[in-house]
Design a protein around this ligand. Structure first.
Ligand SMILES: Nc1ncnc2c1ncn2[C@@H]1O[C@H](COP(=O)(O)OP(=O)(O)OP(=O)(O)O)[C@@H](O)[C@H]1O
Ligand SMILES: [Mg+2]
Length: 291
């Protein structure tokens, strides 16, 4: 008598699915570290932090890939002054766009013909595109892949967390006010459910030093991110002030970190980069702590 499949058992993988999985694993095996930049709320500075981290790592002679999976609002091309760049496809392999020595970039923004084009896609299609970005993009041998996500814990972060089984973890960006922090707690819970380590929390837009009187003003308050990180038992990486130089660098497409001027903001960015480089010392899966 033939057995009726159990209602909850997932269908067996087709040969095509198995091949896809193998191709993805092969491509990703050439990348040593994978970092996912997340946030609970929008506009808190994820893309800014992701690109400055990628550029800073590339400046240290590490080979880096920067992948923008913000399908509805890809901002990496604009923040890097790369609008109008388009990608090349050779023998079904997508070539990422070179931004600088050691840094290759991929974003859906390169596939849109105009800046204002909108992408209307449902979950499964997004998962498919993200899989293609990992499997079919010729990243080559890389030390790091930094992945910039859209805000929240929707289809894109879920897809990337599921597709990258060996990601080093997530860097969670927040602003200091309570409204933003409550969403970060959700983000940390999301990581825990998916067994994705939390590398740490960055509190961005934390205080502003008035260039005229030198007085520090806590526009969105300050210190909330650190307190929340302590409460949730995850590392706190850095507190980055509001700095008009960061806005200017984003608007002109020149990464802030390229400007060597010494400032509290530069120091704060460096702290994030140092925490990431520290991870290299503790690279083995077995030693890795899952927060
Ligand atoms: N520390 C900072 N000081 C001043 N401006 C900042 C700072 N960090 C980010 N910004 C500016 O805030 C704006 C939003 O930043 P960004 O695009 O990086 O946020 P995001 O979290 O990626 O947004 P989204 O959720 O839409 O993807 C940009 O104009 C950026 O230049
Ligand atoms: Mg963004």
């Amino acid at each position: 008598m033939s057995k009726t499949p159990l209602p909850h058992s997932s269908p067996p993988e087709t040969q095509a699915q198995q091949l896809e999985k193998k191709q993805l694993a092969e491509r990703m095996s050439k990348i040593k570290h994978k970092l996912i930049v997340l946030s609970g709320k929008g506009g808190v500075g994820k893309s800014t932090i992701a690109l400055n981290l990628a550029c800073a790592l590339a400046l240290t002679d590490r080979k880096v890939g920067l992948l923008d999976i913000d399908i509805h609002g890809p901002s990496i091309p604009m923040l890097l002054g790369m609008e109008g760049e388009s990608i090349e496809v050779v023998d079904e392999v997508i070539l990422p766009v070179r931004f600088a020595e050691n840094l290759k970039v991929m974003s859906i923004g390169f596939l849109l013909s105009r800046q204002e084009d909108a992408v209307i896609w449902r979950g499964p299609l997004k998962m498919h595109l993200i899989k293609q970005f990992l499997k079919d993009v010729d990243w080559g041998e890389r030390d790091y892949l930094v992945i910039d996500c859209p805000p929240g814990t929707g289809d894109e972060p879920l897809s990337i967390a599921q597709l990258l089984e060996d990601a080093d973890g997530a860097i969670i960006v927040t602003t200091p006010q309570e409204l933003a922090l409550s969403d970060v707690r959700k983000c940390i819970t999301f990581c825990r459910k998916l067994n994705l380590p939390v590398i740490g929390v960055v509190e961005n837009m934390s205080g502003f030093v008035c260039p005229h009187c030198g007085k520090k003003v806590e526009i969105f308050k300050s210190g909330g991110g650190e307190k929340m990180a302590r409460e949730m038992g995850v590392p706190f990486l850095s507190r980055i002030p509001i700095d008009p130089g960061v806005v200017e660098s984003g608007d002109t497409g020149k990464p802030f970190i390229y400007d060597d001027a010494e400032s509290d903001t530069t120091e704060a960015f460096k702290q994030v980069i140092e925490s990431v480089i520290e991870l290299e010392k503790d690279n083995s899966q077995a030693k890795r702590r899952r927060y």
